[in-house]
Design a protein around this ligand. Structure first.
Ligand SMILES: *[C@@H]1O[C@H](CO)[C@@H](O)[C@H](O)[C@H]1NC(C)=O
Ligand SMILES: *[C@@H]1O[C@H](CO)[C@@H](O)[C@H](O)[C@H]1NC(C)=O
Ligand SMILES: *[C@@H]1O[C@H](CO)[C@@H](O)[C@H](O)[C@H]1NC(C)=O
Ligand SMILES: *[C@@H]1O[C@H](CO)[C@@H](O)[C@H](O)[C@H]1NC(C)=O
Ligand SMILES: *[C@@H]1O[C@H](CO)[C@@H](O)[C@H](O)[C@H]1NC(C)=O
Ligand SMILES: *[C@@H]1O[C@H](CO)[C@@H](O)[C@H](O)[C@H]1NC(C)=O
Ligand SMILES: *[C@@H]1O[C@H](CO)[C@@H](O)[C@H](O)[C@H]1NC(C)=O
Ligand SMILES: *[C@@H]1O[C@H](CO)[C@@H](O)[C@H](O)[C@H]1NC(C)=O
Length: 414
């Protein structure tokens, strides 16, 4: 009798716990993106973990003349493999490394091999330079087995020649205009006066606003190097190197609040990265990402890092302007060339970055991009930092291109 009571009690407790975990809204931004109820998210995340593992085993097997890349679909629980010649499936299905994943595989007959796409993509980059194209983003997107170019109609005159030549290539690239994709920007409600315990000093969390000389961006993540700590953000935030950065709370006015320190490293070519050396002892560093819109889990803890190497992976970002939003990775090898206006007249070109369909906006630049885990809440894996966006797409750079020798990301484990 007692045992039964105990079991019932345990059951009740686990029900309450489960209910608590699902009703608290940790997964709200993910659930919203995926269009599922929050209670379904943990299962999708556990699918994702296995699908990413499978994709990592798969990638080295993809002969680039026969295959056109791969991508995961966490809702369908499938690892999709683009294949030009359906009779060659055995290369994958007979490989022992793929044995645990066989029932997840889905072969998709496509026309373009990776070699073809890579060739066309290289051609496009050459044409873009030749015809002086501006404000474009392009890269291979496996789920459409093509190259997608993102443009804005505002630049049509300047980009016309590039577009005309691009359309003659094989395969004909897909051109997406930002304007066609305009979604209503949803600003999450927030209350910055809640949930930040009283403390000595100001904690600078990933996603917090940071400002230098009236520009606004977001804090990325903290790194250790030697006996110093540095805050990573996008290089294009703030006009020049060697400027002081200050903290700006979410919803706060863009003014100099707590000093963080001087930016000592700034790059806006190939990679878009800046490192601010913390000099103010009243600014506090830590492995925390701001998630203030969520009352139950106002902070997310960085448990480790991971490489965004799998298309279809669902990621989220935290930033000053649009706070926490989520989306999926749609391409992992992109180039962007962009002319900054306003007070920084500067062209930047960034290669090897990742494109996603998250919603981001000006001011989110520098904010951390991360992946949720289905266990050990509320911890996340850091993936990179956001640096550029248009309506319907958001670009970020993976950690592997951001960290300099000797730098170590500060996590809860180190
Ligand atoms: C979300 O899912 C519901 C069914 O669960 C469906 O009716 C609706 O069209 C979906 N919305 C979007 C935007 O996909
Ligand atoms: C890829 O497949 C082609 C055609 O079957 C073959 O000639 C080539 O050797 C393969 N490449 C590798 C790296 O296996
Ligand atoms: C592949 O090429 C064939 C022949 O050119 C064409 O009919 C078909 O629509 C193409 N398939 C896709 C998915 O583009
Ligand atoms: C794609 O093309 C570039 C430029 O030719 C080359 O450096 C790169 O190795 C190619 N990628 C793959 C995976 O073949
Ligand atoms: C923010 O939260 C505090 C404490 O819960 C509350 O007193 C205050 O009214 C809230 N402010 C807004 C603007 O909702
Ligand atoms: C903020 O600090 C910078 C120096 O770091 C200074 O040039 C600027 O005038 C300050 N802005 C305001 C609004 O105080
Ligand atoms: C800041 O902290 C460091 C290390 O604890 C200390 O050496 C330094 O004197 C402090 N600076 C100020 C201005 O308090
Ligand atoms: C490129 O984008 C910037 C805004 O980011 C805009 O100011 C500029 O007019 C656009 N076009 C050109 C040709 O610079």
């Amino acid at each position: 009798m007692k045992t039964i009571f105990l079991i019932l009690n345990l059951l009740l407790f686990s029900l309450i716990l489960q209910n608590h975990l699902t009703s608290c809204g940790l997964y709200e931004p993910l659930a919203q993106y995926l269009n599922v109820s929050e209670s379904e998210v943990p299962e999708l995340l556990s699918n994702q973990k296995i699908l990413i593992e499978g994709n990592r085993n798969l990638t080295p097997l993809l002969n680039s003349t026969i295959f056109g890349g791969s991508y995961i679909d966490i809702k369908a629980n499938k690892l999709n493999i683009n294949i030009v010649d359906m009779s060659q499936q055995g290369i994958i299905t007979n490989n022992p490394a793929m044995k645990p994943y066989l029932k997840l595989l889905s072969f998709v007959q496509v026309n373009n091999s990776f070699d073809q796409l890579n060739f066309t993509s290289n051609q496009l980059n050459i044409l873009a330079k030749k015809y002086n194209a501006i404000n474009y983003t392009l890269g291979i997107e496996n789920d459409v087995n093509n190259i997608v170019i993102y443009l804005s109609h505002a630049d049509d005159a300047r980009n016309q020649e590039f577009i005309d030549h691009a359309k003659k290539l094989t395969p004909t690239p897909i051109i997406k205009y930002s304007e066609d994709n305009k979604k209503e920007m949803k600003f999450n409600s927030f209350n910055s006066s809640t949930l930040m315990p009283r403390q000595i000093g100001t904690r600078i969390l990933g996603g917090d606003g940071i400002t230098a000389l009236n520009s606004i961006g977001s804090a990325g993540f903290w790194v250790r190097s030697g006996d110093r700590v540095y805050l990573a953000t996008a290089g294009h935030v703030g006009p020049s190197n060697d400027v002081d950065f200050y903290y700006v709370p979410w919803g706060g006015e863009i003014t100099n609040n707590t000093l963080i320190g001087k930016r000592v490293i700034r790059r806006t070519w190939e990679v878009d990265i800046g490192y601010i050396m913390k000099t103010n002892n009243n600014s506090l560093a830590g492995p925390i990402i701001r998630n203030t819109d969520n009352e139950e889990f106002p902070e997310l803890q960085i448990m480790g890092v991971t490489d965004p190497d799998t298309e279809g992976t669902v990621v989220c970002k935290s930033g000053f302007t649009t706070h926490v939003t989520c989306g999926k990775i749609t391409g992992i090898r992109n180039t962007v060339t962009k002319l900054m206006d306003g007070h920084i007249q500067e062209i930047f070109e960034i290669n090897n970055h990742v494109i996603s369909d998250m919603q981001c906006s000006g001011g989110d630049s520098g904010g951390p991009v991360y992946q949720y885990l289905e266990e050990l809440l509320p911890t996340v894996l850091l993936v990179g930092i956001e640096f550029y966006s248009g309506p319907g797409y958001c670009l970020f750079q993976p950690l592997r291109v951001l960290l300099l020798p000797g730098m170590q990301v500060i996590t809860i484990n180190n």
